[in-house]
Design a protein around this ligand. Structure first.
Ligand code: SF4
Length: 460
C-alpha cells in the first residue's frame, strides 16, 4: 500500500466523523441542489442537450489533433504566441521565461484549475513575483494558505463565520462582518492589484477551434479585470478544452452554468481572440496561450478511459457523490477531486500513487446520472480498479485474504470447515485492519445454513 493510500484512508476516517465539516458541506450542497433543480427546470429537454454535448465532445476526441491545429493557426494569426507544454515542468519553465522577460513583480489570476495543476502560485513566488487570486473563493483559500476544496466552489468547506474569523485574523476586519462587507473589502484590495499587475493569468473553459478563441466564463468580472489592465495575458489551458465551433457555446454555456451553479448563464462570458489591436485602448499588449498535456494523452491512449477527457469541469459529479460529500475535497490530496478526479488522477499522476482513488466510490451511479457530457465514470472507475489489480498495486494482505476467501468459498465443505466463531474473528480482523473499525459487519451464526438444515432434518 502506498503512503498516499494510507494517508487517504486516515484522512477519510477522520473527516467522515467531523460534524462541523459535514454540516457545512451539507448546507452548501443543499443550496447547490436547490439551484440546480431550478436550472434544470428551465430546459425543455435537458437529456437531449446532454446527448448533443456528449456527441460534440466525442467528435473532438476523434479529431483532437485537427481541432487543436486549427485553433493554433487561427489564434496565432492575430499575434498570440501558442506554446505547447508536455508536462507541468515544461509549463513552469515557459511561465518563468515570460515572467522574467516582462520583469513581473505582480500577477493577478482568475480561477483556473489548470494553474493549480502546475502550481503556478508557487512558481511565481519563487521568482519574487506576487501571485494574487482574484476569484473570491480562491482568494479566501489563498489567504487561508489552502488549496481549492472544490473545482467550481473553492471555499465550499468554509461557512460565512469561518471566513469572517479568517479575515479578522489576517486583515483585522470586524469579526462580525457580513459576507457583503467582506466582499467589498476584497473588491477594494483587488482593484489596486489589477491596476499595477504586469501579468494577468486565466485558464480557459473552452478553446474554440474555428475562430481561434479562448472562452472564459465567470461570475465576478474578475476574469475581465485580470485581462483588461496588465500588459501581458497568459492563458493556461488543458488540451482537452477544445470545441470545434463558436456557435456550440450556445449549447455549452447554459449546460455548464446549469450543472455548475444552477444558473441559466454564468454572469460574464468573454471570448479572447488576441492582444489589443492598434485602435483599442485597453487589453494586453502581449498574449500567450500555453497548451498543457500533463498526462492527458495518457488518458487518450487508453481505449477504456479516454471519454473522461470530455469533462467540462462543471463539478456536478462531486456534488452528487456520497463519498465526496462525506470525505470532502482535501482528503483526495489531488487537484481534481470527486469522481472525475478519481478517474483522471491515476493517469495524470501515476497509478502507483493514486490508484487507491478508484476505490473511493460506492458505484451508486449518481455521478453518471448528473454528468452533462455523459462520461461513464463508474465504468471507468471499475476499469481503473482492474488495472490496479493487474499492475499488482493492491496490498499483499488484501490479495492474500481475497485468495483465501476465493479458495474457501469455492465449495460448501471449505466454507463449513470453519466455525462461525472463527469466521467472525477473521472478518473482524479484516474489517479492523482493512476497512476500518467504524464499519460494523453482520455476524456469522455459529452453524452454517447447511449444518442447521442437516440438524433440522435429523430431528424430523
Ligand atoms: S465528469 Fe461530468 S459531471 Fe464531473 S465535472 Fe466533468 S462534466 Fe461535470
Amino acid at each position: 500500500m502506498s503512503s498516499n493510500s494510507r494517508n487517504f484512508s486516515k484522512a477519510a476516517e477522520k473527516i467522515s466523523f467531523d460534524e462541523k465539516h459535514r454540516k457545512t458541506i451539507q448546507f452548501n450542497i443543499s443550496r447547490y441542489d436547490t439551484a440546480v433543480s431550478k436550472g434544470m427546470a428551465r430546459y425543455k429537454n435537458v437529456e437531449l442537450a446532454k446527448d448533443h454535448a456528449a456527441a460534440i465532445k466525442r467528435d473532438v476526441l476523434n479529431n483532437w489533433g485537427k481541432y487543436l491545429i486549427q485553433f493554433e493557426e487561427n489564434i496565432s494569426s492575430r499575434g498570440v504566441e501558442v506554446l505547447w507544454a508536455t508536462d507541468a515542468k515544461e509549463a513552469t519553465l515557459l511561465i518563468e521565461n515570460i515572467l522574467k522577460e516582462n520583469n513581473a513583480k505582480l500577477l493577478v489570476k482568475s480561477k483556473s484549475m489548470t494553474t493549480e495543476e502546475i502550481e503556478l502560485n508557487e512558481t511565481a513566488e519563487k521568482l519574487g513575483c506576487e501571485s494574487v487570486e482574484t476569484d473570491l473563493g480562491e482568494f479566501i483559500v489563498q489567504v487561508a494558505g489552502e488549496r481549492p476544496y472544490h473545482i467550481v466552489t473553492p471555499a465550499m468547506h468554509k461557512s460565512k463565520e469561518d471566513i469572517a474569523k479568517l479575515f479578522n485574523e489576517k486583515f483585522n476586519t470586524p469579526p462580525e462582518s457580513t459576507p457583503e462587507e467582506l466582499t467589498e473589502y476584497v473588491r477594494q484590495v483587488l482593484r489596486k492589484k489589477y491596476t499595477i499587475a504586469e501579468v494577468g493569468v486565466t485558464g480557459a473553459n473552452f478553446l474554440i477551434a474555428d475562430i481561434g478563441g479562448i472562452s472564459v466564463t465567470e461570475n465576478e468580472g474578475n476574469g475581465l479585470m485580470t485581462t483588461a489592465f496588465p500588459k501581458v495575458h497568459i492563458v493556461i489551458a488543458g488540451i482537452e478544452k477544445i470545441i470545434p465551433e463558436m456557435s456550440q457555446l450556445g449549447l455549452f454555456y447554459p449546460l455548464l452554468a446549469a450543472h455548475g451553479t444552477g444558473q441559466q448563464m454564468t454572469a460574464y462570458n468573454t471570448i479572447f481572440t488576441g492582444p489589443r489591436t492598434k485602435n483599442e485602448v485597453d487589453g494586453p499588449e502581449k498574449m500567450y496561450v500555453i497548451l498543457l498535456d500533463n498526462g492527458r494523452t495518457n488518458v487518450f491512449a487508453d481505449d477504456e478511459a479516454y471519454e473522461s477527457l470530455a469533462c467540462i469541469r462543471c463539478g456536478a459529479c462531486l456534488n452528487g457523490c456520497p463519498v465526496y460529500k462525506t470525505i470532502g475535497g482535501y482528503t483526495y490530496d489531488t487537484t481534481y477531486s470527486g469522481p472525475i478526479g478519481s478517474v483522471l488522477t491515476p493517469f495524470l499522476k501515476g497509478f502507483k500513487d493514486f490508484s487507491h482513488l478508484s476505490f473511493a466510490s460506492t458505484l451508486c451511479g449518481k455521478c453518471v446520472e448528473v454528468c452533462p457530457v455523459r462520461i461513464p465514470l463508474t465504468d471507468i472507475l471499475l476499469v481503473n480498479r482492474r488495472k490496479t489489480v493487474e499492475q499488482n498495486l493492491r496490498p499483499v494482505a488484501e490479495k492474500t485474504i481475497m485468495k483465501g476467501f476465493q479458495f474457501i468459498s469455492a465449495n460448501r465443505k471449505g466454507f463449513d470447515f470453519f466455525s462461525g466463531k472463527l469466521k467472525n474473528i477473521g472478518t473482524f480482523a479484516f474489517n479492523y485492519f482493512g476497512w476500518g473499525p467504524k464499519r460494523i459487519l453482520p455476524k456469522f451464526t455459529n452453524k452454517s445454513f447447511s449444518e442447521q438444515y442437516k440438524d433440522k432434518k435429523l430431528k424430523n
